[in-house]
Design a protein around this ligand. Sequence first.
Ligand SMILES: Nc1ncnc2c1ncn2[C@@H]1O[C@H](COP(=O)(O)OP(=O)(O)OP(=O)(O)O)[C@@H](O)[C@H]1O
Length: 361
Amino acid sequence: MIELRDLTKRYGNKLAVDGLTFTVRPGTVTGFLGPNGAGKSTTMRMVLGLDAPTRGDVRIEGKHYGELREPLNSIGALLEAKGVHGGRRAYDHLLCLAQSNGIPERRVGEVLEMVGLQDVARKRPKGFSLGMGQRLGIAAALLGDPRILMFDEPVNGLDPEGIHWIRTLMQQLAREGRTVFVSSHLMSEMAQTAEHLVVIGQGKLLADTSMAQFIAENSRTHVRVRTPEPERLRDALVGSGLRPVTGADGALEVDGGDAPRIGELAAEHRVVLHELSTQRASLEEAFMRLTAQSVEYHAHAPGAPAAPPGAQPPGIQPPSGTQPPGTQPPPGAQAPPGEQPPPGTQAPPAWGTDWKKGRRG
Ligand SMILES: Nc1ncnc2c1ncn2[C@@H]1O[C@H](COP(=O)(O)OP(=O)(O)OP(=O)(O)O)[C@@H](O)[C@H]1O
């Protein structure tokens, strides 16, 4: 278990981490999300005692990192893929770590095998690809067979097989009852890996909730209906108090309507349907919606004007209570034809989508 209480870090004028209080629990993979510069890495560094908090506290199984007698046996971490002595052979790098933490040498071979680097054990990491460097970092994290694992962007540089492998590994570690805390910018990957989410923006806690609840609370679920008689279906839906809008491909989208009810309504009015499906929002949409106000580094499409700070990407509402008065579209308002992206394939906003600035490649 990792416990943060009012954890705060200030660098000069910059409040990088602002009063974070949450607990990372064992037995589950907890995803750590936030836009660029939100404070994720700073938080992780404070967990490991690499940065001192300005205020507040963080404990690992009730202790500060500095109080752990053999830290690698309590917490294994991957913070920087290339934080390895490039000239020392992979095996020797791990052996050094093992010896300074009272870990038997046989464990070095075991972890090299676990991460698939046994064939390059005698090679020097300076010749490793980014993915191999990640694997070596993960091997180091696993060395002490710790109860807690913390990974900062572990899938960075891994190929699809490697991404699948690390996902399976993290889920396996959590099933064994370990605490797994992982940051990632790959939303689709996080959606498949984590069960619990901690989301921060500009150093502040925005959400600490289950993956399912996070998506449900921060996104739009709607029913998509395609018919050769859209006007007749529209009239039937409106007549039943529903508010269909027309998508880019001419399909009708109904917020809050349940698919069986819409199907029955269509049958009553003898309207032929070609498609009737419930569209659930992705983690990415939910994340964009929640963090739109706290994105520090905005990208914008070439030629498009930069959005003012705090403005919303099109189609994304700010968290409740933060919408400036008078900026809500009227209920049921319909976008002009051609402006609604097809459901599930939200057209990229002019800015904000490309929120990862690729600082780590
Ligand atoms: N050593 C430092 N000195 C000054 N400012 C720092 C330092 N480390 C981080 N910061 C600032 O603190 C803020 C949080 O940075 P941090 O790297 O923790 O964010 P992050 O969420 O990990 O971002 P990213 O996803 O882009 O890696 C940023 O504005 C960053 O510029």
